[in-house]
Design a protein around this ligand. Sequence first.
Ligand code: PLP
Ligand code: COI
Length: 397
Amino acid sequence: MEVQPVILNIDKMEAYNFNTMETMDWKNLPFGYQKTDYNVRCYWRDGNWGRLEICSSEFIHMHMAATCLHYGQEAFEGLKAYRGADNQIRLFRLEENAKRMAETAEYILMQKVPVELFRDAVIKAVQLNERFVPPYGTGATLYVRPLLIGTGAEVGVKPAKEYLFLVFVTPVGAYFKEGFKPTDMVICREYDRAAPLGTGHVKVGGNYAASLLSLKKAHDEGYSSAIYLDAREKKYIDESGPANFFGIKDNKYITPRSRSILPSITNNSLMVLAKDMGMEVEQRQIEISELSTFEEAGACGTAAVISPIRSITDPQMEKVYVFSKDGKAGPVCQKLYSRLTAIQFGDEPDKFGWITIVEPTETNTISKYKMELKEIMHSVAANVKNYANKRAKNKTK
Ligand code: PLP
Ligand code: COI
């Protein structure tokens, strides 16, 4: 499928983000939304995907009976763009996100976005907002959020006939404010995030709505996240909020197998890396009581990267499982984190073929030259000022 971008919908830049590479506080970015320059959109109408549109508005004009508003026809994805020390921008396992979005779409009867269109849209969105890809070494990244929604109007419970696929980006810092410092989590027995034969294995908005109350309660009680159990027996670990769970013991990387958890691309990558580091990998049910045998534990995901877990409290059972006594991440979590991020930022060769380089566009190259020229002008101006000051001083002597 040939995708030809067209420029449309360029609004007045009323809310233009005047921050530049030099003025953004990259090291203290929250994991939140901030306006960038453009998003890209594509519509499914009359049985076809249209052309990619570039848009500067943050808003969607939509029918009030759109199925995404009433019947939850909504899928989203999350991936990141990383700026390397070589200034190249890398995307991590982009095709896996494309495939997962297609699986989600299929499960809730939405129109699937072809992998090629997904890829083109993500790359375009990053290229157009290149100035928001945080500098190397700040720990910040550009979060990419692809979204697919049913926009066709229906009142009966049935799938829409029209869809909107949109990709926006926003620069972000760590998801857990503690960053790589281990945090305390709590087992949630009062609520389920997903039913055994429900939608937990796909990325629909409804799963997140179902988790809001339990996450809020966990946060209010001082925990960084809730840990969900299997909904049928309340016996096994499912996942940790918006991230998968893993435990480490006896040189093994152990992570739950469950139909109601999201198959995390980060977790899949960590399993590959763990094997590469000579560890055994087990993907199987994890009984709650097994937590007491883990030497380390962590939550992993695109937003969370690896968030080491200090302790897990099971309030109803009056038990606390501790994984870090000194408040520091364990050696395996540290090693996995270092290797994963080294690949993502391009510090380590991409031996698994996980990286897509985002080529700079002509406009980006021009703006880079402009920026360089600006820097040269600044330094010339500073030198001239220095020289003038020195001369003035000499004259007064
Ligand atoms: N589990 C849930 C519920 C999530 O929302 C996410 C984030 O996408 C993950 C796990 C981690 O998945 P990934 O590593 O693909 O980002
Ligand atoms: C991600 O890790 O990309 C996620 O989707 C988590 C998100 C809900 C913040």
